[in-house]
Design a protein around this ligand. Structure first.
Ligand SMILES: [Zn+2]
Length: 365
C-alpha cells in the first residue's frame, strides 16, 4: 500500500494537531506516495534500527520519538541524527514519528501503562482546552434526522462516554431567494417561512472540514446556514497523563514491587513513603514532571513517571510518592501498542518489532 494510507490511519487515531509545541511528530523523511510492504516499529530511531530496516526489507520505520526535533543545518555525518537521516534518505527508508500526539489520546501510551498496572476508571490527568467547537445549524424538519446522522458519522456529538449528543429546538426560519436561486422549498423572490430544527452539536476542531462537508451534502438547501463557535471547554479524551484506581488498595512497598515487575524496570527512584495505602495512581510515560501538580490535585497517592531530577523530587512535599521508573521502561510497551493498532486495521500488512534495545541508559547493579 501507499505510505500515506498507513500514516493517515495513524493520524486519525492520534491527530498531529494533538502534539505538543516542541514536538516533531509526523512524516520526517519519505514520500507519502511511496509504496510500502513492511514497517519496522521502535521506540527510538537509531542507526542500528535503520540498519535493521535495511536488513529486513522494511521501507518505513515508525518510532515513538522523532529522530529530528530541531532544524538540521548540515548533513555531514557528525551526529547520529545526521547519520540516521542521511542513511534513511539514501536507502529510501521513510521515517515516521508518533510521539506526544500518541501520549495525548485516550488509547495511547498512558492507557497502555495504566492497563499494564491494572488500573481501573482511568481518565486523562490534564485534559487539553480549545480543541472543541460547536456547530449550530438550521434544518427543515423533514431532513433533521438525515443531517444529524451525517454529522454524527463525521465525528460530531461525542462527550466522554456519550456519542450522538445534540440539542434540538423547533423554530421558524425565513428566507427569500433572488433570481439566481432554485429554492428547495418556496419560490424565488418571495419570503418563505419554513418549520426548521436548530441542531447544536460539539465536534473536535480538527474534523471541521469533514463535518462541514457532511453537513452540506446531507442538507437539502442551496445555501446552508450554520455557525461555528470556538469553545474553551476541556477535551476529556485528549491531554497529558492519566489517573486511575487500583481495585484493591495496597501498601506502598508492595505496590512498588508490582510496578517493578509489570514495568520490567531494574530500579525505581522514589520519594519517601507517605505511609498511606495506594488507591489512586497517576501515570505519565516519559518525562512527566510537569504533571505533578495535576496528580496531587487529583488526589493521586503515587505518580509514576520518568526523567525526574534531584531537586524536583522535593516537590512531593510528603503529599504524594513520586516514582521514577526510567524513560525507556515507562514507554517500552508503546511499540506493542503500535503493532496492535496497525495489525487490527491492516491484517495482512507486515509489521515487525525492532530487535534492537535502543535504551541509551544502562544500569550497573
Ligand atoms: Zn519518551
Amino acid at each position: 500500500m501507499k505510505l500515506s494510507a498507513l500514516t493517515a490511519y495513524l493520524e486519525s487515531l492520534a491527530p498531529l494537531v494533538y502534539q505538543e509545541d516542541y514536538d516533531n511528530a509526523g512524516l520526517i523523511v519519505g514520500n507519502p506516495d511511496q509504496e510500502i510492504s513492511q514497517a519496522l516499529l521502535s521506540l527510538d530511531c537509531t542507526e542500528a534500527v535503520v540498519d535493521e530496516a535495511i536488513a529486513t526489507g522494511c521501507q518505513v520505520i515508525i518510532s515513538h520519538h522523532p529522530i529530528v526535533f530541531r532544524g538540521l543545518k548540515k548533513f555531514n555525518g557528525k551526529t547520529y541524527v545526521e547519520r540516521v537521516v542521511e542513511k534513511a534518505i539514501r536507502k529510501g527508508i521513510a521515517l515516521y514519528a508518533i510521539h506526544t500526539n500518541l501520549d495525548n489520546v485516550m488509547q495511547g501510551v498512558n492507557t497502555r501503562i495504566a492497563d499494564t498496572l491494572g488500573l481501573k476508571n482511568c481518565r486523562i490527568l490534564a485534559p487539553k482546552h480549545n480543541l472543541l467547537k460547536k456547530l449550530i445549524t438550521f434544518v427543515p424538519q423533514s431532513h433533521a434526522d438525515e443531517v444529524r446522522n451525517a454529522l454524527f458519522a463525521a465525528g460530531a456529538g461525542n462527550i466522554g462516554n456519550y456519542s450522538e449528543v445534540s440539542f434540538n429546538a423547533e423554530g421558524v426560519g425565513t428566507f427569500k431567494g433572488n433570481e439566481f436561486t432554485d429554492p428547495h422549498v418556496g419560490e424565488q423572490g418571495k419570503r418563505h417561512r419554513e418549520n426548521e430544527i436548530c441542531i447544536q452539536t460539539i465536534y473536535p476542531a480538527n474534523l471541521e472540514s469533514k463535518i462541514i462537508m457532511a453537513l452540506i451534502l446531507a442538507h437539502p438547501y442551496e445555501e446552508v446556514a450554520y455557525d461555528l463557535v470556538p469553545l474553551t471547554n476541556q477535551h476529556q479524551q485528549v491531554g497529558a497523563g492519566m489517573i486511575g484506581e487500583l481495585e484493591v488498595p495496597t501498601n506502598q512497598e508492595s505496590f512498588l514491587f508490582h510496578v517493578k515487575d509489570k514495568m520490567r524496570t531494574h530500579v525505581i527512584r522514589h520519594t519517601a513513603f507517605t505511609h498511606k495505602p495506594i488507591k489512586k495512581v497517576a501515570v505519565c510515560g516519559g518525562a512527566g514532571g510537569f504533571l505533578l501538580k495535576h496528580a496531587i490535585a487529583a488526589g493521586a497517592d503515587i505518580f509514576i513517571t520518568a526523567d525526574y531530577k534531584y531537586h524536583e523530587f522535593f516537590d512531593a512535599e510528603g503529599k504524594i510518592v513520586i516514582a521514577d521508573i526510567g524513560h525507556f521502561e515507562s514507554e517500552q510497551f508503546t511499540v506493542q501498542l503500535l503493532y496492535e493498532i496497525i495489525r487490527k486495521k491492516f491484517p495482512i500488512f507486515a509489521v515487525r518489532l525492532t530487535e534492537v534495545n535502543t535504551n541509551p541508559v544502562k544500569y550497573f547493579i
